[in-house]
Design a protein around this ligand. Sequence first.
Ligand code: ZN
Length: 370
Amino acid sequence: MEHKMFLYDPNIHGLQIKSIGSKQVTDTAIASLRIALKSYFETYGVVRFIVNLGEIGDPKYNEDRVTESMEYQAKYIQTIFHFHHFIEIMTKDALRDIDPIYAIKINFDNLETLKKIQDRSEIEDSSHSIEYEAAIKRIMSLHTAEEVPVLTKIFYKKNVKKYCLDTLNQLRNRAWHRGKYILKYSELDQFMTRNLLPLVVDIVQSTNYDESGYWKYNKPATLQIDPIEELLKVGRGHALDYKRIGFLKAVGLACYNHKRSYGIERYTKRSLSEIKTEALVSQRMNNSYESRKCFVCNKNSLILFQDEDSKYDVDTKTYSRWQWNWKAECQECGLLLYDDVLNPKEYGIKDYDDIWISKIVNYENTELDL
Ligand SMILES: [Zn+2]
């Protein structure tokens, strides 16, 4: 039997995505920005099993093991590609907003195309729209216009063109065409917090590009910090604190993943995540040691996981055993932290008890049968 294929016909399949509100805004651009930020935040979780964050940024430490991780590479590529897509699409939207012709790729050899443009017919065919570099070039050329677009003013700000837009394009092209070049974990943190994140936030705030606010998480009211704002502050600092960035990425990701839970709470007064947490801790599943209120989602669903080790000192003939918390995971919002970051209070979560506690649980003068 012949293998059936999907026969794509643009006249039958697919759906034209509508613009949001009155503005010329492409939904996929906003979706891309959201995915880009989430992917960047996910890089913290993948690095933990390869290296301790304390070593990141240390010139003596070789980061190649992280860079070679397929998981890191996948997150990196998603991050860069989606930021690139966002910038390209929103720049073209800004051009179209002024005149639809401004976003069109024009083939000067084809007289028919020129005639169509002259007659203003079929000018909104997006399949012939310009690409990233041309879009930026065109929007920047409007700096002498009578009414200078907001985006043009942003792109003309110091360091934006060279260190944000051109660098992003280079990184995207090197990963896209050659497929073998990516930034190291610490370099991505530098590029994101110092260059790109400030630009992206400036764009969405100054242009009001995304009136729906979908690009950003809905920060739970009880969370004392806004991770994106905190990351901007870190980026303005002299030296980057990779542990702090890791913590903020984990909190940011939890904010994106957090969904208000409905349903069962009406009957139980507790969320499913809290019931699950209690069950896991009571049975000490996977060394789940204790639970407490999560500082992101405010549910009693943050589980602290414990590990232990012991040592026998031959000289003093003493046997000691330690326990320490090494992981904190919320069953509600998915917050996932490891003990290579500091306690939450070090990053602005006030009055929150330390989660990284270690203690000697047994210390005896014991003659061991060695
Ligand atoms: Zn939580």
